[in-house]
Design a protein around this ligand. Sequence first.
Ligand SMILES: [Zn+2]
Length: 247
Amino acid sequence: MDFRGIILRRRTIAFALLMGVGATDVVAFDVPTPPHRPTSSKNESAPEAKPPANGQPQAETAPGEDCTAKLRGAGVDFETTQTPPGDLDGCAIDGPVRLAAVMVDKRRVALNAKPVLSCAFALQFSDFVKNLLAPLGFGAMGASLVAIETGSGYECRGRNHDSEAKLSAHAKGLALDVGAFVFSDGRKIGIDSQPDPQSTVYVKALRTAACGWFTTVLGPGSDPFHATHLHFDIERHGSNDAYRICQ
Ligand SMILES: [Zn+2]
C-alpha cells in the first residue's frame, strides 16, 4: 500500500470509529484515492513489457507467481490449488489459493473453512485482517482475534444464487462471505448478532472501513441474501476499481 492509501484507510477507520456511521446506509460513492489495487486481477495480470537487462534474456515469471510470492512474504498460510469444477460457463479463478490463516504479529488468525480464492483477493483480504480486523478488534474488544468464520469463497453460481443472472464475484474467487469473528477470550461475534455493545461497535466500524479494501461490501440490511453475513469482493464496477458499492 502506498502512503496515500494509508491516509485513506486511517481516515476511513477514524470515520468509522468516531462517527459510528449506520452500516445500513447506502454509501456507494467514488473514493477519491483508491487503496492498494489488487495485483493480479484479470485486467491487470499481463506482465509489463521491459527490455532485457544488459541484453540478456530474463527468466519468465509465471502468471500469479508474483502474487503468491507476496502472500508468502506477508506470512500468510495458504496453498495453491485448482479451480474446483462448476456447472456454469465462465467460472474460473485467476491464481487459485486456499487461505488457511493470516499471521498478525506472530499470532495466527485462522480461517478454518480454508476458502478457495483468487490470489489477488487473498492478498487483499489478508491485508484487511492484518491492518484493520486484528488491530481494531484488539482496541474494541481488548482481546486478540484468533479466527474468522467464512464461507467457501469460490462458488460457481450467478449472483444471489440465480443461474440466469450475471456470474457472482464468488464464481471468480473474487469474493468472501464472513459470518463471525472469534476472540482469544472465547467471545464469538456474529454479523447478525453481537453479545455486547463493544461487539456491535466493532462490527459497524469494520463494515464501514471495509470499503477502503473492497469494491463491494454488503450485509444485513442490504438485501435478504446478506442478512447473516458480510460479503466482501474486489470485482470492478466500472473502468477502474475506484467505484465502490458499500451498503
Ligand atoms: Zn457473498
